[in-house]
Ligand binder design. Structure first.
Ligand SMILES: [Zn+2]
Length: 428
């Protein structure tokens, strides 16, 4: 594949399981109807590797080696780090200049590999340490840093950052998170092949911060569910999840311009017998935001052109009204209309959260909200948004899952609640 064009000798000789795994994912059989994971006959014993972008489009990278590692570059040359040491890589004249400290400076015309010699070795980048192989790639006249790691080890750096650090009483929710995160990652192997990696290490995909603050409960949950993924008919499911659904999960097609899925159709987040929502104790279950008339006009004058791809110097005119034009059955706003002296702007689905940007948050917590407008002499003087939940609301509600675990539900029951009709399958 193109992204391996410049790989060094040792890396080229490494087993590359990716294509086998992609083939297996493509050939998943009909999902089992029971909640007990089904193991595929002849399933592989090993997890695939996943390539995580830790930095992209930078001109310089600083790495610290903790333990022993080998650097492979420059026509097959190998440099060893018997002691902790540092490495600075700089993009210079179409090459990677490597400052190796006491070992001098060399230039690489292609990909640079930094490979730990033993399991205890780590490479530090920024404030975090990572297991596995580091690759420095040249892409678009800049450097990309990729951490290639076994998918199960990757999950150890994802699960606690996505669902938090919890006691063993809530382990079933952490197991459900591990399965959802594994399924999400598996489904995205190869998604950015032309860029040289599979996933970003932030909320674009899943937050991954290496070995920093690994958690015993999360590690146990990952091990207990090793290789288990969510499937539906011939495919891995789209295992989306978010913090707090506000009492009702969302239909995927109401949030993003994506096709509907039977297991992402939105449902009450409460026991079948009724009662309080599972996520009712979340601090984001109910909230409010407010703007003065001038404040909301100022906010919309910036966010509307950004989100509607209008020319950067566009003026939206004088703000006259903000109203909800359509909702879905969960109570989320599907279409928000902003009327100004120039025109009526329509904003759909999750993008509404970027348009109604609060003063002290990057985006509105959710689209599940009611609008209250206050006018004086016909002029808009105050806008209040009273809302529920935090996040897009599609798939598993993490706060709800934690409450279900506290009440004694097993991970299979939690996943059946949030991804109805999906099955559990053990891939390795
Ligand atoms: Zn919920």
């Amino acid at each position: 594949m193109r992204r391996n064009r410049n790989r060094c000798r040792l890396a080229a000789a490494r087993p590359r399981p990716r294509m086998q795994w992609l083939a297996l994912v493509a050939s998943l059989g009909v999902a089992c109807a029971s909640t007990a994971p089904k193991t595929r006959p002849g399933a592989a014993r090993h997890a695939p590797a996943i390539r995580v972008a830790l930095a992209e489009g930078v001109l310089q990278l600083e790495l610290q080696v903790e333990g022993r590692a080998s650097l492979l570059c420059c026509g097959g040359r190998t440099f060893e780090w018997p002691e902790p040491g540092s490495l600075r890589a700089t993009f210079t004249d179409g090459q990677i200049e490597l400052d190796l400290g006491e070992q001098g400076t060399v230039r690489a015309a292609g990909t640079v590999l930094l490979e730990p010699v033993d399991d205890s070795s780590r490479v530090r980048f920024g404030t975090h340490s990572y297991r596995g192989l580091m690759e420095i790639l040249m892409k678009a006249e800049a450097l990309t840093l990729v951490n290639e790691i076994n998918l199960e080890s990757y999950l150890r750096g994802v699960v606690p950052w996505e669902i938090g650090w919890h006691g063993s009483r809530r382990k079933a929710a952490v197991e459900a998170q591990a399965i959802a995160a594994r399924t999400y990652a598996f489904k995205r192997l190869g998604q950015y092949a032309e860029l040289g990696f599979d996933v970003y290490a932030d909320v674009t995909d899943q937050v991954y911060l290496g070995t920093t603050r690994e958690d015993r409960v999360a590690n146990d949950a990952i091990a207990a569910t090793r290789g288990v993924v969510l499937t539906r008919e011939d495919s891995l499911v789209e295992a989306y999840y978010s913090s707090t659904c506000g009492g009702h999960t969302a239909r995927i097609e109401a949030v993003w311009p994506k096709p509907p899925q039977p297991y992402l159709r939105g449902r009450r987040d409460a026991p079948d017998t009724g009662g309080r929502s599972f996520c009712a104790s979340s601090r984001h279950f109910r909230w409010s935001e407010s703007w003065s008339g001038a404040g909301i006009e100022s906010t919309l004058s910036q966010t509307l052109p950004q989100e509607l791809d209008l020319p950067a110097d566009s003026s939206i005119g004088v703000l006259l009204d903000v109203r909800v034009a359509a909702r879905d059955e969960s109570g989320r706003v599907r279409v928000l209309e902003v009327e100004t002296s120039q025109q009526v702007y329509g904003v759909q689905g999750d993008r509404i959260r970027w348009v109604l940007r609060p003063r002290d948050r990057p985006i509105l917590r959710s689209t599940m909200f009611k609008l209250e407008l206050e006018r004086r002499d016909g002029i808009l003087v105050r806008v209040v948004v009273r809302g529920g939940g935090n996040g897009h609301g599609v798939g598993m509600c993490q706060m709800g899952a934690l409450e279900m675990a506290r009440r004694g539900f097993a991970h299979a029951s939690i996943l059946a609640h949030y991804y109805p009709g999906a099955a559990l399958e053990t891939l390795y």
